[in-house]
Structure formats: C-alpha cells, structure tokens
Design a protein around this ligand. Structure first.
Ligand code: PMP
Length: 420
C-alpha cells in the first residue's frame, strides 16, 4: 500500500514539474530504474519484457555501445566545425548500407530535425512547397512537422500546403489504391497553385497501423510524385537499422531508391542521434544558399556510438534475427488469431508487428486493445497500441528479442486474453 501511495505522489510531482503536456503509458504506469537487453527493471525489482522499444535497438545498455560512448566522451566531444575522423568513418560506413545514388549524409540529434532538414532540402531542390503524408502519420515535434502529423489530432491542424492520403491498409491492390490517393493529392495541389515538394512517408506506416505488405506497394506512388516534380522522402525513423529483417532500410522492401532518407530512434541505441541522407544533386541548391550547423549533430561521441551500434548489428547478426524471430512471432500471432475472434489481421515485417483487435462484428475495438495492452503490462510485458482507430497492438521489441522471449510473450498474451 505504501508503494501505491508513493507512486501517486510521484505522478503528482511529475505533473507539477513537467506540466500538463506529458503522458504516461498504461492505466497503472511503470516506474523503471534500469534496463538490460530486452528487460526493463522496475523499482520493485521486477523484470518487464520490453516488446515495444525500438530505440534500444541492439538491446538496452549494450556493453559495446556503452564502452564506445564512455571512451569517446573521455577523449573528445565537440562540434563539426573542426576536422574529426569519427564522423567521416561513420558517414562512409552508414552510406555503404544505402543505394549508391545516396552518397551525402547530414547529422542531427532527433528524427524531427532530420525530417525538417529533408523538407528544407526538398523545397530548395524542387521549388515546390506541397507535401503529401498519410492520414495518421507522425513525423515530428516541431511546428512544421506537427502540421504534417495528422496523428496528433485536431490540436495540430494539417498545414495549408499539406495533403493527406489514406494509408495503404494491407489490401492486395494497396499499390494502386495508394497511387490513386497520391494522384488525387497532386491534382488538388495543382488546383490550388501548389507545386509538390515531397511525398513523406514512414516506410512501415507505424502510426497508421503497421502496413508492410505487399512489399513494393510504395513504388507506383513514388513514380507519380517524381513525375509531378516532387521528391520521395523515406522516413526510416521507425523501420530503419534492420528492424524489418530485410536489409537495413524499410524502403528496400519496396524496391525503391529514395531521394532523401531520414533516420533516428534506433541509430544510437538510446543515445540521441539522427540523420538525413540524400543524393548530391538534391543537396546542391540547398547547400549553395544555406550554412548548415547543428551544435550537437554529428559530434564525436554520437558517431562513436553509431559505429558501435553498427558493429553490434553485424556481429550479432541482428537483421537475420529480426527476420527469423519476427517470422516465428508473426506465425504464433496468426495461429492465435485463427482461434480467437478478438484478434483480427496480423501485419508487419521482421520485428515490427501489428495486430488488429476487433469486436464481435469485426469492427476496430480500441477499448479492447487498451485492455490487452494494460493486461500485458500487469503481466509485465510492455507493448502499446497504434493506428487511426487505436485498435492495433504495436509490437516492436529490441532486435535481440529471442524465440524464448516470443514464447514468454505468447504465454502472457494468452493469459491476458483468458482474463478479459
Ligand atoms: N518520424 C517518425 C516516423 C517517428 O515515429 C518519429 C518519432 N516517433 C519521428 C519522425 C520524430 O523523431 P524524434 O522524436 O526523434 O524527433
């Protein structure tokens, strides 16, 4: 009882200090004090299975990453207006994971900054201002990106040059449907005298509800945007760094080479670092006129951390792990869904999975999804829900997730469903 009172006091203290804009997960919030691998540890000493945090991509507190961070922090940390080696070594290694046409990279601290930079570059390169996003997209926290993040709801109205299209929701003809939406958006821009600058999409459509298939569905829409003079910005903040199990980047599953690529979250295993990569011809107009300086972006510590993350992805075979464990995880969820009408479609790629939760009529049931998320939390398994209707379970664990972790997850999910 003392504990619960204590928790209530902490929550009140948060509210008093951080103000009203912050939110906590779960009906019964989790108080964590440390983490390791796929485990978060509560103040009560309990271990929580982390099936949600893609930021801790190679596992919480990975010793190789922590050692690299500490070593570099003790050696040198400064900005990009001196010559340093780390940024060049890291840039080369990261760009080597991309299609050859993408050969420049610029560093930021957050995914929002990377997207903001990509939009500035796209506007400079195309002379356009129009941006197309999906209907429940999230692209960042700035005033500009809030206007391209319909998932934020009515408090963040879509900007006057932004057009919103339906997300390709897993249907077989998703490519044609998505292209039609994009084509209508381009036509509507023309009517309003707006020239397209970019199609900006998260290539796993995380906040729209996790839409991965059929692989390749993005290509026709990208072609249309390019024909209309706009660029394709692949927002890899969610799927990037191997999570889909099919190479390093989500766009690869679609057989595409983007014009600009933005990345963040998993890049530093928790260290705040992000970047925008692109084709030199598109950076030309921007670079001619703009002096770019990001105080912390690309600093030596971040670059050392980024290198260490790439080391771990390679040394531990984490892309193959995401593919294998993710596929087994998906099969387990599909088998459960086949026998439980409360689970609808199971979607995703690698270790990025979405499961629709529905009512007896098969319609989206956000209340039931929230009950499952909270039920799992009571059983010390952490996930969340996503999508336009808030009814899709979002399962996105650190990439070191094992078959054993999947088995534990499934046990706890079955127990949760039995208890509803
Ligand atoms: N793009 C996508 C697809 C994201 O999910 C997020 C973060 N949730 C961002 C951009 C913004 O990244 P950050 O929070 O690092 O600014």
């Amino acid at each position: 009882a003392g504990f619960a009172e204590d928790e209530a006091a902490l929550i009140a203290r948060r509210q008093r200090l951080l103000g009203p804009a912050y939110r906590l997960f779960y009906a019964h919030p989790v108080h964590v004090v440390r983490a390791e691998g796929v485990w978060l540890y509560g103040r009560d000493g309990e271990a929580y299975l982390d099936a949600y945090n893609n930021v801790a991509s190679v596992g919480h507190g990975h010793p190789h990453v922590v050692a690299a961070l500490a070593r570099q922090a003790a050696t040198l940390n400064t900005h990009t207006r001196y010559i340093t080696d780390g940024i060049l070594d890291y840039a080369e290694r990261l760009l080597a994971t991309m299609p050859a046409a993408i050969s420049n990279i610029m560093f930021t601290c957050t995914g929002s900054e990377a997207n903001d930079l990509a939009l500035r570059v796209a506007k400079a390169a195309t002379g356009g201002t129009g941006v197309i996003v999906t209907e429940n997209a999230y692209h960042g926290v700035t005033d500009l990106l809030a206007q391209m993040s319909p998932s934020l709801g009515p408090s963040a109205p879509v900007g006057p040059t932004v057009r919103v299209v339906a997300a390709p929701s897993g249907q077989a003809d998703a490519g044609a449907v998505f292209a039609r939406g994009v084509s209508e958006a381009i036509a509507n821009m023309a009517v309003h005298g707006i020239r397209p600058a970019a199609l900006l999409v998260d290539t796993i459509f995380s906040s729209d509800g996790v839409f991965a298939d059929p692989a390749g569905f993005l290509a026709p829409a990208v072609e249309l945007v390019r024909k209309a003079g706009g660029l394709f910005i692949a927002d890899e903040v969610q799927p990037g760094f191997g999570r889909t199990g099919a190479g390093m980047w989500g766009f690869a599953r679609h057989g595409l080479t983007p014009d600009l690529v933005t990345m963040g979250k998993p890049m530093g295993d928790g260290h705040p670092m992000a970047a925008m990569a692109g084709r030199p011809e598109h950076l030309e107009a921007f670079g001619r006129n703009v002096r770019y300086f990001n105080t912390f972006g690309g600093n030596p510590v971040s670059c050392a951390v980024g290198m260490a993350v790439l080391d771990v992805i390679e040394a531990e075979g984490l892309i193959a792990n995401a593919s294998e464990v993710g596929a087994a995880f998906k099969r387990e969820l599909e088998a459960l869904a086949a026998n439980d009408g409360r689970l609808g479609a199971v979607r995703g790629a690698g270790l990025f999975l979405g499961v629709d939760i529905v009512d007896a009529q098969g319609t989206p049931d956000a209340t039931r999804a929230a009950a499952i998320v909270n039920g799992l939390r009571e059983r010390r398994v952490l996930i969340s829900a996503t999508g336009r209707h808030g009814h899709s379970l979002k399962i996105r664990p650190p990439m070191v997730f094992s078959q054993e972790n999947v088995a534990l997850f499934m046990d706890r999910l079955k127990d949760t469903l039995a208890g509803l």
